[in-house]
Ligand binder design. Structure first.
Ligand code: SAM
Length: 326
């Protein structure tokens, strides 16, 4: 079946599914005071996740990204990966993680069916890592990344949020890192959220600035794959690794949108910065509701807007990215 298509002709082969809102890091741009549990509702259970992914797969969705919060805090993560990858039609299962549990668990995730790994790593400097995340775990994360590189994943990518005066001078260090490693580092432009306005004003930097530096150093822009995410990816013949730029404030960012999101509480979110969510959880309680679930998802897709309102400072429902699944 063809992938879901919206009224602007964008197709959606890609679902980002949040497994939890909880996170053990205190990243200065996301949860500087740490995660505080709110409300009594529990996050989606394994059987609900299975029904959800089955419905999306029937609509042509072939790739699922597990995210959060920190998805590796889920005790049943191996079972979730195995269940999701067993759904007919799901070809790729990826995870976005802060990397703290990689050394202990990445092999089991791979064996359960995980095909791609994104690890957040904002800096290559241990002290800066500690300052940005609130945790002195740089060595574990980088050890985990090295392990993962030997496990035959389709892709291993690193995400760094670009921060003025915090990590905006590290391109040369990243070049050294990329010389012999088959890994992509993607610089994500800091996004303004409901909670981070003061931080955003101090540390936001346009990601395009890095692209000039890349071109000057002989890197070239690669053609965009059909189902690629929003990153513009650069390569260089002297390096095994690649550099991606994710610039949510750039003109055509939303035109290339190819993902939908479901929160850890089962709300469909059509846009990271949208101002409404659609409850799917009532339709995840029994296999008998699959038809209704498929219908609700396709009707709602008709309401997806052309773009986000970030330029106007509209951050929608999102207090921070951990709440929706960044
Ligand atoms: N805990 C996992 C992790 O650390 O990758 C997954 C969730 S985290 C919210 C997903 C990604 O969003 C991380 O790479 C994080 O750095 C990024 N992120 C969080 N807040 C952001 C913001 N305001 N602007 C840009 N990226 C942000």
């Amino acid at each position: 079946m063809a992938a879901l298509v919206d009224r602007f002709g964008r197709s959606f082969p890609y679902l980002r599914l949040s497994l939890t809102e909880a996170c053990n890091y205190r990243c200065s741009y996301c949860l500087p005071d740490g995660y505080r549990a709110g409300g009594r509702q529990r996050f989606l259970e394994l059987d609900e996740i299975q029904r959800l992914v089955r419905a999306f797969a029937r609509l042509g969705m072939s790739k699922i990204r597990l995210t959060g919060g920190e998805p590796s805090l889920r005790k049943d993560l191996v079972q979730v990966i195995a269940a999701v990858s067993a759904v007919p039609g799901i070809e790729r299962v990826a995870i976005t993680t802060n990397g703290c549990n990689l050394p202990r668990h990445v092999r089991a995730w791979r064996e359960a069916g995980l095909t791609a790994l994104n690890v957040s790593l904002d800096t290559l400097d241990r002290d800066r890592f500690h300052a940005i995340t609130g945790h002195d775990r740089f060595d574990e994360v980088t050890e985990g990344v090295e392990m993962a590189l030997g496990l035959g994943f389709d892709s291993v990518k690193l995400n760094a949020v670009l921060l003025r005066d915090r990590n905006d001078d590290e391109l040369p260090a990243w070049f050294d890192f990329l010389r012999g490693r088959d890994v992509a580092i993607r610089f994500i432009e800091l996004m303004r959220t409901g909670d981070n306005l003061a931080f955003f004003e101090r540390h936001h930097l346009r990601a395009e600035l890095l692209e000039g530096q890349l071109l000057d150093a002989g890197w070239t822009l690669r053609p965009r794959a059909r189902d690629a995410g929003p990153a513009r990816e650069y390569a260089h013949p002297g390096y095994r690794g690649r550099v991606g730029i994710i610039a949510p404030y750039s003109k055509d960012f939303c035109a290339g949108c190819n993902r939908l999101r479901v929160t850890a509480r089962g709300d469909l979110r059509l846009c990271l910065f949208g101002d409404f969510g659609i409850a799917l959880r009532p339709l995840l309680q029994s296999d008998g509701d699959q038809e209704a679930l498929v219908a609700r998802i396709s009707t709602q897709l008709g309401l997806k807007a052309a773009g986000h309102g970030l330029f106007q400072g509209e951050t929608g429902l999102t207090p921070h990215l951990a709440s929706i699944g960044g």
